[in-house]
Design a binder for this molecule. Structure first.
Ligand code: IFM
Length: 446
C-alpha cells in the first residue's frame, strides 16, 4: 500500500522514543544516585557480555547533537524518560539540581528546535535506595513515586505538556520481580503480585497527581501489548492457553486502569493479588487517561503446556516456527499492530491510542559510512501502513513513535540488538543515520 504522512491528517503525532538508562550513561556523574539497573548490571553480571549502561550512548554529554539529529530528521515529537535517581539520588528527599538542570537543557533545546518533549516518568530505573526498602513490593512506593512526580511537575511542568506515567508495567514487574532476568533480579509469585498491584496503583495515582497539578496536560501511560494466536488452529486447549496468556500479558495492568478490575476470571492465579489489596483499592486502580500508549512489536503463538506452573501455557518462539524474525527472536508480522489497535479500541473507555513504541532490531552493518538497513525500512513501512489501515477503519489512533532514535542498551541483551534508526559506534560515540532514519525523515519532511 502506498501512503504518505498526509494520509494520517495534520494532527497526527509523529515521534521517536528513548529511555534514560538505555542512552544516558554518566551513571555516577554530577550527583546521580544508583538505580536498580546500575546495581543489576554491575554486580550481578546478568547482562549479555557483561554489558552495562554506564556509558551507553553518552547522551548525558551528547544530548545537543542527538536532539539536533531528531530535528534534522524532521521528527516533531521526542519521548524520553527521567532517571529518578538522577534527580532524587535516594529516591526520596534530597533533590539533585544538577540532574534537574540536565533535563531542563534537554527540554529547552527541544523547544528551541520546535520539537515537542513527551516525558515518561518511569522507564524501569528505580533508585537502588528504594529497592533496599523492597522497591515495588513495598506499598510505600505509591507515596515515593508521587513525590517524584511532583518534583518533575514542579521543575518541568512549565514547559512539558505531554506526560506518560509508566513504561510497560508488565515487563518491569514480570522480568524484574517474577523471572529475575531484569533489575532488581527478584523472583517468585509473591514478589510479582505485590509489585504488580503497587505499580497498578501508581499508574492511576500518577495520572491523578498530574491532572490535579494541571488539568489540561495530556496524560497517558504505556503498555506492552502483543497480538496472540494459538499455535494450532482449531485446537481447544491452545485457544484456552491464549486466553490465560492474554490476561497476564495484555490485560493485567490495562483493565484495572479502565475500572474493570484484574482479569482474575481468566487467570485464576491472579486472585492471589487480593492479598496485597486494601479497602478502596479497586476504585484507586482506575483513572481516565487522555490516551493509552500502545507498544507493539510482534505477535506470539501460544500453546497449551500442562507442566508450566501457574499458567499451563507457553509462548513458542519465532525461530522454532520457521517465520521471519528479528534479532530479539520476535516474529515479523505487521498485522499484529492493526489487531492490537483494534483490540484496544474495543474498550469503550479508551478514547485515544498513541503507538508510543514500534520498531525492530536487525543485524546492521556499516559499509562506507552507511547502514543499508532495508529490513528495518520495510518493517517500519509495513507497520505504519497497518496503523493507517486501522485509522481508516475508525480506530482512534492519533500518533506513532518509532522505537528508537539510536542504538542503545537493550537491557538483559546488552548492546547486541540494535533498534535505532541512527547507528551508534559505542567505542567512538559516532552516529550514522541509517537508511531507516533517512526514510523516516523523507516521510516526515514538510
Ligand atoms: O528497549 C525496549 C524498551 O525499553 C521498552 N519496550 C521494548 C523495547 C525493545 O525491547
Amino acid at each position: 500500500m502506498h501512503f504518505s504522512k498526509e494520509d494520517f491528517g495534520t494532527d497526527f503525532k509523529w515521534g521517536v522514543s528513548t529511555a534514560a538508562y538505555q542512552i544516558e550513561g554518566a551513571h555516577n556523574k554530577d550527583g546521580k544516585g544508583y538505580s536498580i539497573w546500575d546495581d543489576f548490571s554491575q554486580r550481578r553480571k546478568k547482562i549479555a557480555n557483561g554489558h552495562s549502561g554506564n556509558i551507553a550512548c553518552d547522551f548525558y554529554h551528547e544530548y545537543a547533537s542527538d536532539i539536533s539529529i531528531i530535528n534534522k530528521l524532521h521528527i516533531p515529537n521526542y519521548r524520553f524518560s527521567i532517571s529518578w535517581s538522577r534527580i532524587m539520588p535516594n529516591g526520596i528527599g534530597e533533590v539533585n539540581y544538577k540532574g534537574i538542570a540536565f533535563y531542563n537543557r534537554i527540554i529547552d533545546y527541544c523547544l528551541e528546535l520546535g520539537i515537542e518533549p513527551w516525558i515518561t516518568l518511569y522507564h524501569w530505573d528505580l533508585p537502588q535506595a528504594l529497592q533496599q526498602k523492597g522497591g515495588w513490593t513495598n506499598r510505600s512506593v505509591v507515596q515515593w513515586f508521587n513525590d517524584f512526580i511532583l518534583c518533575c511537575l514542579k521543575h518541568f511542568g512549565d514547559r512539558v505538556k505531554h506526560w506518560m506515567v509508566l513504561n510497560e508495567p508488565m515487563v518491569f514487574t514480570g522480568a524484574g520481580y517474577f523471572l529475575g532476568v531484569h533489575a532488581p533480579g527478584k523472583r517468585g509469585l509473591s514478589n510479582f503480585l505485590a509489585a504488580s498491584h503497587h505499580a497498578a496503583l501508581c499508574q492511576a495515582e500518577g495520572g491523578r497527581t498530574i491532572r490535579s497539578y494541571q488539568s489540561d496536560f495530556k496524560i497517558g501511560t504505556t503498555f506492552s501489548y502483543s497480538d496472540l494466536d494459538p499455535l494450532r488452529e482449531n485446537h481447544e486447549r491452545d485457544a484456552k492457553a491464549v486466553i490465560k496468556v492474554d490476561a497476564l500479558l495484555n490485560r493485567l495492568f490495562l483493565e484495572p486502569l479502565l475500572g474493570l478490575g484484574y482479569p482474575t476470571k481468566d487467570l485464576k492465579i491472579l486472585q492471589r493479588i487480593e492479598r496485597f489489596m486494601q479497602q478502596g483499592d479497586e476504585q484507586k486502580l482506575a483513572f481516565q487517561m487522555d490516551f493509552i500508549g500502545l507498544q507493539n512489536y510482534t505477535r506470539e503463538r501460544v500453546k497449551h503446556a500442562p507442566f508450566m506452573p501457574f499458567i499451563q501455557a507457553k509462548i513458542v518462539k519465532a525461530n522454532t516456527r520457521n517465520v521471519p524474525h528479528t534479532l530479539m527472536n520476535w516474529e515479523v508480522y505487521p498485522p499484529c499492530i492493526y489487531k492490537a489497535l483494534n483490540r484496544m479500541q474495543s474498550y469503550p473507555s479508551i478514547k485515544e491510542i498513541i503507538v508510543t513504541e514500534n520498531g525492530a532490531a536487525f543485524p546492521d552493518e556499516v559499509i562506507e559510512e552507511e547502514v543499508h538497513d532495508i529490513e528495518r525500512v520495510q518493517y517500519l513501512k509495513d507497520h505504519i501502513s497497518q496503523v493507517l489501515l486501522a485509522k481508516r477503519e475508525g480506530v482512534h489512533v492519533t500518533g506513532y513513535f518509532v522505537w528508537t532514535l539510536m542504538d542503545n542498551f537493550e537491557w538483559a541483551e546488552g548492546y547486541h540488538p540494535r533498534f535505532g534508526i541512527v547507528h551508534v559506534d559505542f567505542n567512538t560515540q559516532k552516529r550514522i543515520i541509517k537508511n531507516s532514519g533517512k526514510w523516516y525523515s523523507q516521510f516526515l519532511a514538510p
